[in-house]
Design a protein around this ligand. Sequence first.
Ligand code: HEC
Length: 134
Amino acid sequence: MKQSSVFLSAVWLIAVSSASFAQTNFDFGKNEYAASCASCHGVSAKGDGAVRSFLTKTPSDLTTLAKRHGGVFPVQYAWEVIDGRSSAAIGAHGAREMPVWGYIYRAEDTQPADLHARNRIGSLLDYLARIQVK
Ligand code: HEC
């Protein structure tokens, strides 16, 4: 193959692959939320999930977290609720030893599984921060 056609193929490949990456609008946080939280907190995150009527406490409206924390999204607080450190206090989330969503958000050290858990929590927090009411 001539040098110029190798160059052109490379340019074409980069153009095609970056165009397809640009079109990927998969929302990790939203997906994570739908899989682990929406059953109780609702698709809207306003606390109207499908299993709401089976719970003794009404799931919180997660779109007003910032509003209820002085206008700033409470990252640390929400993180600790999700990774289980504060889940016992919530009750419905179960204890850290047996969280309602399993161990997928449990991160304690720097093992790959823990980094994966941190990424999942990060994208969940990103999603929740994006759906806050003003
Ligand atoms: C089994 C049902 C259930 C599931 C699943 C669930 N929650 Fe909850 N959650 C609740 C209930 C009920 C409360 C309110 C407890 C209370 O009022 O003390 C709550 C409270 C919270 C709070 C505290 C809100 C506040 O107002 O202080 C946060 C944050 C939260 N949930 C986030 C999540 C996230 C994120 C997920 C998914 C990873 C999730 N929850 C999954 C039932 C659930």
